[in-house]
Design a protein around this ligand. Structure first.
Ligand code: GBH
Length: 510
């Protein structure tokens, strides 16, 4: 089912610089060529996915339901009418998929483990599913056989349904922390001999805000459902931070001495520019927006500190406090995190509003937009309304994070969907994506070589077209096209472009 790369000379023709430039100018009316700037020779290039988005096999071999199995079936109107029961069927096609990605010369594959596949009911006293463990065992073995490093996310949004039913999952900090710790212990025990890079949680901001305030992601808590949107998101964030810290401590004390791996968390976030560059209020709003988005998790996790002062001030008692014991835990564990995992896609303008905010406002009354006070757009739109091409903002965010946390950064997700990609003929010729990733890699090069930021790797989102949560099978982020009727995989030109570009860039720094 996997395809072979096109012959070398046609590859050269398809990826000529001219094609890329034309594609970009058509969108922007200006030109911003990719420069193929150098990257360090040891820079890691990878692809990324998440279990629910690619695996399928939702009810196979003893897997328990997750909140996403429930949500996509009970509320299909919130997921474009679609579910991921089968999606890419990576569960059955995994061996071929690893062979396919190895053709792109990737160093890394970042994937997530489905908690309810290996502990169907999720809890610390519940049975373990050996068939689920066998799936991840063979995936990891196959990757290593192909010389690809497995980078494993423990939690990418698919909470076991029973944990949610029992105590509301993240809403009960003590219970969740204990169950998550037990699940992590099982993963380290079974896979830690071969997995050397662990990520506890993917994008805690999204779980807190989009799943417990806006309600666009499972379990869909929002005002309309009568949940407490004023406090729930902050409780959820608190639980994630403490669960992360206690798993980090367990890994460091019990597993790391022997297994010698590293561990951290992945935070997402846009970069924010002031809506009106001459307004001090908007300049402050842009900074504060990043503190509320990234500092919320980054300050406690990486600095071992309380939440940013601006959050405490604005949110008051909506924001849980850390007890003396919890502060100690954060202080002990913050330096164990070996890298900053960054998911990044786009930049926005931030504008300070003066009208009274909504009772459950989570932004400190900051409005986000794609157009500034002068009518200038932040960048050309992709096929996702929220995602515009803004490589300069990416460079600035790399600097912002480096300055605040001084940790080597791994870009654990970056990519975009293009227009009209359902049709494979259109999809393979993904000039827009090639331009986007090319420019974003140039930004990393500048951040490293001109600004002195430490960036260790870049993983494209995503390896395969997949189930894009609330947007179903609409937007496609893959460097490999999937025909969801036949499940045929067809690499897009960006896959070959990236193979070539990473080779060139890393050769240039030698
Ligand atoms: C990541 O989330 C996820 O880790 C990954 O699973 C996902 O497939 C990928 O990005 C692509 O989206 O319409 O303005 O309300 C990124 C965070 C959260 C970004 C929801 C888009 C909707 C923005 N995403 N958000 S909006």
């Amino acid at each position: 089912m996997s395809s072979v790369p096109p012959p070398v000379n046609s590859e050269a023709r398809m990826f000529g610089a001219e094609d890329l430039i034309t594609a970009y100018s058509k969108t922007t009316g200006q030109d911003l060529p990719v420069q193929e700037l150098p990257l360090p020779s040891e820079f890691a290039w990878g692809t990324a996915t998440a279990a629910y988005q690619v695996e399928g096999g939702a009810f196979r071999d003893g897997k328990g339901d997750s909140i996403w199995d429930t949500y996509s079936h009970l509320e299909p109107s919130r997921t474009n009418g679609e579910n991921a029961d089968v999606t890419c069927n990576h569960y059955e096609l995994m061996l071929e998929d690893v062979d396919l990605m190895s053709q792109f010369d990737v160093d890394v594959y970042r994937f997530s483990i489905s908690w309810s596949r290996i502990i169907p009911l999720g809890g610390r006293n519940d049975p373990i599913n050996e068939k689920g463990i066998a799936f991840y065992d063979s995936l990891i073995n196959k990757l290593i056989e192909r010389n690809i490093e497995p980078v494993v996310t423990l939690y990418h949004w698919d909470t076991p349904q029973r944990i949610y039913d029992r105590y509301g999952a993240f809403l009960n900090t003590t219970e969740f922390e204990a169950d998550f710790k037990h699940y992590a212990h099982l993963c380290f025990t079974r896979f830690g001999d071969r997995v050397k890079k662990w990520i506890t949680f993917n994008e805690p901001y999204i779980t807190s805000i989009f799943a417990h305030l806006n309600g666009t992601l499972a379990p869909g808590h929002c005002r309309e459902k009568g949940t407490d949107t004023k406090t729930e998101p902050w409780r959820v964030g608190h639980t994630i931070i403490l669960s992360h810290a206690s798993v980090v401590e367990m890994y460091a004390s019990t597993f790391q001495p022997l297994q010698k791996g590293s561990i951290s968390i992945v935070l997402n976030g846009h970069f924010y520019e002031p809506h009106d560059a001459n307004s001090q209020q908007d300049i402050d709003a842009a900074q504060r927006r990043m503190e509320f988005y990234i500092g919320w998790f980054g300050d406690p996790v990486f600095l071992g500190q309380d939440y940013p002062a601006a959050m405490r001030e604005y949110l008051g008692d909506r924001l849980p406090g850390f007890s003396a014991e919890e502060r100690e835990l954060l202080r002990r564990t913050c330096k164990i995190n070996a890298f900053y995992g960054m998911n990044h896609y786009s930049t926005k303008y931030a504008r300070q509003l003066t009208d009274p905010p909504a009772y459950d406002d989570w932004t400190s009354n900051v409005e986000e937009s794609a157009i500034n006070s002068e009518g200038v757009e932040i960048g050309p739109p992709s096929a996702a309304q929220w995602l515009r091409v803004a490589p300069e903002g990416f460079r600035k965010l790399l600097n912002w994070v480096w300055k605040r946390y001084r940790l080597p950064i791994i870009v654990t997700e970056n990519g975009c969907p293009c227009i009209g990609e359902k049709d494979v003929e259109v999809a393979v010729n993904d000039q827009f994506r090639q331009r986007y990733v090319g420019l974003y890699l140039d930004s990393i090069s500048r951040a490293i070589n001109e600004d002195g930021v430490k960036v260790e790797g870049w993983y494209v989102w995503s390896f395969l077209d997949n189930y894009e949560w609330a947007a179903g099978y609409g937007p496609r982020y893959g460097i490999v096209h999937i025909d969801f009727d036949t499940l045929k995989r067809t690499p897009k030109n960006s896959a070959w472009y990236l193979k070539r570009s990473l080779k060139t860039r890393r050769g240039r720094s030698a």
